[in-house]
Write a protein that binds this ligand. Structure first.
Ligand SMILES: Cc1cc2nc3c(=O)[nH]c(=O)nc-3n(C[C@H](O)[C@H](O)[C@H](O)COP(=O)(O)O)c2cc1C
Length: 455
């Protein structure tokens, strides 16, 4: 998504581009794209080295992630002299620090904290751990903080330490967290989840294993009586009443999310949990209306989306996280994800969060920096819906490029946010962007950083 900016006009982001004509000199925008046609010469970065060219040349700014605007332009013209140039076009790409608006909600930047289970709850209740953990990342400047997978039923918890949103008593603690996130200028999201056949596990800190009945373990459910692996329990295939109750539970959880003040609800349909299990032939072997064809396998996730959209306020955005592929023969694949994304869009979903895997333990996953970005890019292009990219995104320049090159609208980080809760303000410094800081911390912030305001 880049916006062509006529020269001499104010762009939608408020930057005034110079009017340029043959014989003129101009300084390209700090971020965006400049296309020069004709005969030009240029001064590069802080070096006074000149270069010249003839024909069409495209320059993308910034090219390097540094706090120094001139260095950021190194290798690309800091100043361009137009000789017999006939035409010049400047367009301003969005970048990581461009605001994002979905429905009525404006996010101050395109950095989100990906949902991360903390296994720190009892009976689904949020604790001080959640307040501090999520609050610190809001202080750190992320535009969106998504609360971890929150179970819509007690049986939908991965473990007995999972967060839940299955009873009204959960709302007050969640509201406290949302209010703090808002005080830090960030938007608050919550992921609504049902773990399906991967439920009833111990918290992973002492080694993950199936909970025994005497430890409080419970009967898991899924599309079919097929276990995830020999160390997991065999789920009970949901009957129609169980399916209806699941749809209802997601809707009831979404209503509680409204009460708690969340700005975003994300439905978890990824990582081999219940809704993803229905999508994938590797877990779904049903022969009724919920299994077999793609249309049938998508039925439950789409019913859940319709139910949530019906109770989630019209002015608030709805996300769905998917595993874009199972990375396994005979499993859910990227073509099906594109079709699912189209169906989600028709039902009022605003953004597809593109993860992958988790359906089978023996998947072959080509893990590497940004390895899932391709799915966010393809779904965005082919389904025409906003996407989030996630997975091994750790560097400011890497995240910036994903947005600037139109591969995704939002970038989510998980483990890097655990290593550095202040990743967003550090990324701003690296990219030469001004980011707001909590007023209490301004004395440690880069010179002239604005104080953070609440949303
Ligand atoms: C501790 C931890 C807990 C996680 N819990 C969730 C979760 O609740 N919901 C979810 O969709 N993904 C969860 N994930 C996956 C992350 O959201 C993210 O998709 C994944 O870690 C890849 O991003 P990264 O490379 O930035 O870590 C979790 C990851 C970690 C490390």
């Amino acid at each position: 998504m880049s916006h062509a900016v006529p020269t001499g006009r104010r762009s939608s982001f408020g930057t005034l581009f110079p009017r340029v004509s043959p014989g003129a000199k101009f300084v390209p925008p700090l971020r965006g794209v400049a296309v020069v046609r004709g005969h030009w010469s240029a001064t590069l970065g802080t070096r006074t080295k000149a270069c010249q060219g003839w024909g069409t040349r495209r320059f993308l700014y910034p090219t390097l992630a540094t706090g120094n605007k001139n260095v950021a332009r190194m290798g690309h013209p800091a100043r361009v002299n137009l000789h017999s140039t006939r035409f010049i076009q400047l367009s301003m790409s969005l970048n990581l620090f461009s605001p994002l608006k979905l429905r009525s909600v404006e996010f101050s930047n395109r950095i989100g904290v990906s949902p991360m289970c903390q296994y720190s709850s009892e009976d689904g209740f949020a604790t001080d751990w959640h307040l501090v953990h999520l609050g610190a990342r809001a202080q750190g400047g992320a535009g969106l903080v998504i609360v971890e997978a929150s179970a819509v039923t007690p049986e939908g918890r991965i473990s007995d330490g999972d967060l839940g949103i299955y009873k009204d008593e959960h709302i007050a603690q969640l509201k406290r967290i949302v209010d703090f996130i808002h005080s830090q200028g960030a938007r608050a999201g919550i992921q609504l989840a049902h773990a399906g056949r991967k439920a009833s596990m111990s918290v992973p800190f002492g080694g993950e294993r199936l909970l025994k009945p005497e430890e409080g373990g419970w009967q898991t459910v899924g599309p079919s009586a097929v276990a995830f692996s020999p160390t997991y329990s065999v789920p009970q295939a949901l009957d129609q009443a169980g399916i209806d109750a699941t749809v209802w539970a997601f809707g009831a959880a979404a209503k509680r999310a409204v009460e708690a003040g969340f700005d975003v609800v994300e439905i978890h349909a990824a990582h081999g949990y219940l809704l993803h299990e229905f999508l994938s032939p590797l877990a779904n072997q049903r022969t009724d209306a919920y299994g077999g064809s793609l249309e049938n396998r998508m039925r439950l996730p789409l019913e859940v989306v319709e139910r949530v959209r019906a109770v989630w306020p019209e002015h608030l955005p709805l996300f769905v996280r998917i595993s874009a592929t199972d990375w396994a023969e005979g499993g859910w694949n990227a073509d099906e994800s594109v079709e699912l994304a189209r169906q989600l869009k028709e039902r009022g979903v605003d953004l597809v969060d593109c993860s992958s895997g988790g359906q089978v333990p023996n998947a072959t996953i080509p893990v590497g920096p940004g390895f899932q970005v391709q799915f966010a890019e393809r779904i965005r292009r082919e389904a025409g819906i906003a996407t989030a990219a996630v997975g091994l995104i750790t560097e400011a320049a890497q995240a910036n490029e994903i947005v600037a090159e139109g591969k995704a609208d939002l970038v989510l980080l998980a483990r890097e946010m655990l290593r550095d809760p202040y990743w967003a303000v550090h990324a701003a410094a690296a990219l030469g962007e001004a980011a707001s800081w909590p007023k209490q911390y301004l004395r440690a912030a880069p010179h002239k950083s604005p104080a953070r305001g609440a949303v």
